[in-house]
Every structure is written in C-alpha cells, then in structure tokens.
Design a protein around this ligand. Structure first.
Ligand code: PLP
Length: 348
C-alpha cells in the first residue's frame, strides 16, 4: 500500500498527447516527503540520543516539523535551526510540538542561510557534545529511505513505459536515493534532477535564491559529481507553474513542486518530446500561502507570473479512487507556444 497518491493529468501539449504524473508527498505524515526522511534519520540516531539533551537539526522547515513530531513522540527535546525564509506557518507548527526554534538571520554569502545555520549547529555541538545532530546533509539514512520506499512505490504506481522522473534537489538525498534505486532496479526512467538558479547543490555557482525548500548554498554531499541530466528553473517559472496547476486543477503544491512541473512542461514541448513525465512533489500549498500564493510576496520579490501553461490543455485528471475527483477541473490553457530547444541538452 503506497504511502502517497499519484494523480495522472492527461494533457494535450501543442496538440500532442502527454501524461503528467504527480506523486503527492504532502500526504505523508507531517505534510511532506521529509516525513519519510525524519523517521529514517531518527532510526539511525535513536540509540545514541540522550533524552536530557536531545537532537538538533538545520532545516528550511519541512524536516523540522517532521523531526519535531518524531522527537515529541519519543520524549526527547529538539531544536530546529531555521532562517527567515522558512514558512511562518511551518515554524509555528514546529513550536506547537514543543520544539525549540532558533532563527539564524545572518546571510551566508552564498545566496541563502544554510551555511550560517550549519555554523550555528557546529557551535552548539562544540558547547554541548551530548547533543545529537542527525545531519540530513550527509546521513546515508536519507537517500536509503527513498531507495527502499519512495522510488519503488512510484514505480508500482505508474505504467511500465519510458518515463522522465523529476526530483527536486536541496540536500540531494531524495535524488541520490532515486539514482541508487534506478541503478539497481533499472526501470525505464530518465531520472532528471531539478534545481533552482542560484543553487550550488549540483555544482553550479551559488547565488541569490528566494524559494524555500529547494536549492542549497553548497554542493550536495550525496551527489558530489552532480547529476546528469539536471534542469535549473527560475523562481518565476516555479511560482508560475504552482499558480497554473492550482488554477487549472485545484491541486495546490509547494514551490519546489512548481519547479518540477515547469520542467515537465518544458520536456513535453522539447523537440524530442517526452510523453510521460512523473514529478515527486515534495509538499503542498499549505506552507506557501504567505509566499508563492501571496500576490504581495510575489510583488516584493519581483516575480511576475509567466504563462507556463501556454499550449497546454488538460483533458482529464485521474485520482486514485479514495481521493476526491474534480469534475470541471480540466480546463484549457491553450495558446500558441514557441518550441524551445531540448531543455536537457548540454545540461549537467
Ligand atoms: C520542499 C522540498 N523541496 C525539495 C526537497 C528535496 O530535498 P532533498 O534534496 O534534501 O532530498 C524536499 C525534501 O524533502 C522538500 O521538502
């Protein structure tokens, strides 16, 4: 029984049929794919956690919420080290689970706050060596849970035909887990890493980033050689794809899922047209109401939505039987589209 549902969008893209599969990781405990990661990290460190000192982790929000729940269930204190870009509702939810929240607001000089968050953790560990840091950035338990659970789950949920599988990157744990699964099980997948412009996760130079949850200030320890193929998306495209999906289907996804969907639409239009693309959507719209889904936030960031849905018509939305169907959800967003080059060509 899969943990999370897959919704199939039957599309016509510039008149050609295509299927977009959305695996909604928002249906995990604690609302994101990090529900899986948190349990795996906890199982890795549990034996050495001192209930008096507990655990500490750097997080943009999703892992913090999931770890706060796991720590509370196991009766140990937890400190989430977050930054000003973390969703306010997520941070409130972390506090509601009795976790301590430290907000590090010193920019790290690499487009975000990640390096400053990590410096804070190192400082705390030096002062209190009995504190345990699961280290989501390098702990092999993170990719392993996706090799063991998430990737085979997706494979069982979609037909066995050539499919581009799109995975968003921050620590690189999810993508590395999918890569290891694909190497061993050899599904007919083109595994595509999706990152944002300004992220160093897969080897590019770091720069300013505005979306929370996707991208990183430094190279992924799980993918030191990067990943091919990788697509880098602008925040404008990611945000626009979120708005397009919400408006045309009623499905609300987070910013990194928007980056995946924007990439999928590029692949459907590429000269070597993909016809089946699956997105592992890490979380839902609920934690982005004050960012991606807020017009004033978008204005402040200078993110004018662009028409990512040009030339795309949604023919049908198929949900697993236990999820609500959405009559009337299929709506045309059809307009002429210029055919861009192959978005994967020459990318690393
Ligand atoms: C919002 C969001 N985007 C992207 C990712 C992918 O992250 P990672 O590369 O750390 O596995 C996650 C992971 O859970 C996430 O929560």
């Amino acid at each position: 029984m899969p943990l999370t549902p897959v919704i199939a969008l039957q599309l016509s893209v510039d008149g050609c049929p295509a299927t977009l599969w959305l695996k909604l990781e928002s249906h995990n405990p604690h609302g994101s794919v990090k529900g899986r990661t948190a349990l795996a990290l906890w199982q890795d460190v549990a034996a050495r956690v001192d209930p008096e000192f507990g655990i500490i982790e750097s997080t943009s929000g999703n892992l913090g919420l999931a770890l706060a729940a796991v720590a509370a269930a196991n009766g140990v204190p937890f400190t989430a080290v977050v930054d000003p870009r973390s969703s306010a509702s997520l941070v409130d939810a972390v506090r509601a689970l009795d976790a301590r929240v430290v907000t590090v607001d010193e920019p790290d000089g690499a487009g975000g706050y990640q390096l400053s968050r990590l410096a804070h953790i190192r400082h705390r560990l030096a002062a209190q060596p009995r504190l345990v840091w699961p280290d989501q950035y390098a702990n092999p338990a993170s990719p392993a849970v996706h090799t063991r659970e998430t990737a085979p789950e997706l494979r069982a949920q979609i037909p066995r035909r050539p499919t581009s599988v799109l995975v968003a990157v921050s620590t690189g744990g999810t993508l590395a887990g999918f890569r290891d699964y694909a190497r061993a099980a050899r599904p007919d997948w083109e595994l595509v890493g999706v990152d944002v412009v300004g992220s160093a996760a897969l080897g590019a130079a770091p720069g300013r980033r505005v979306l929370s949850g996707i991208g990183a200030s430094r190279r992924s320890a799980f993918l030191p050689e990067g990943h091919r193929p990788t697509v880098r998306v602008t925040p404008q495209e990611a945000v626009s794809a979120c708005l397009w999906l919400a408006k045309s289907t009623g499905i609300g996804v987070g910013g990194s899922s928007g980056a995946l969907i924007a990439t999928a639409l590029r692949l459907f239009r590429a000269p070597s047209r993909r016809t089946s693309v699956a997105c592992l959507c890490p979380d839902g719209a609920d934690r982005y109401l004050d960012s991606v889904y807020s017009a004033s936030w978008r204005d402040r960031q200078g993110l004018d939505p662009v028409d990512v849905g040009r030339g795309v018509e949604i023919i049908a939305v198929r949900r697993p039987p236990h999820h609500l169907s959405a009559p009337g959800a299929a709506r045309s967003a059809a307009r002429r589209a210029p055919a861009p080059g192959d978005p994967l060509k020459g990318r690393s």
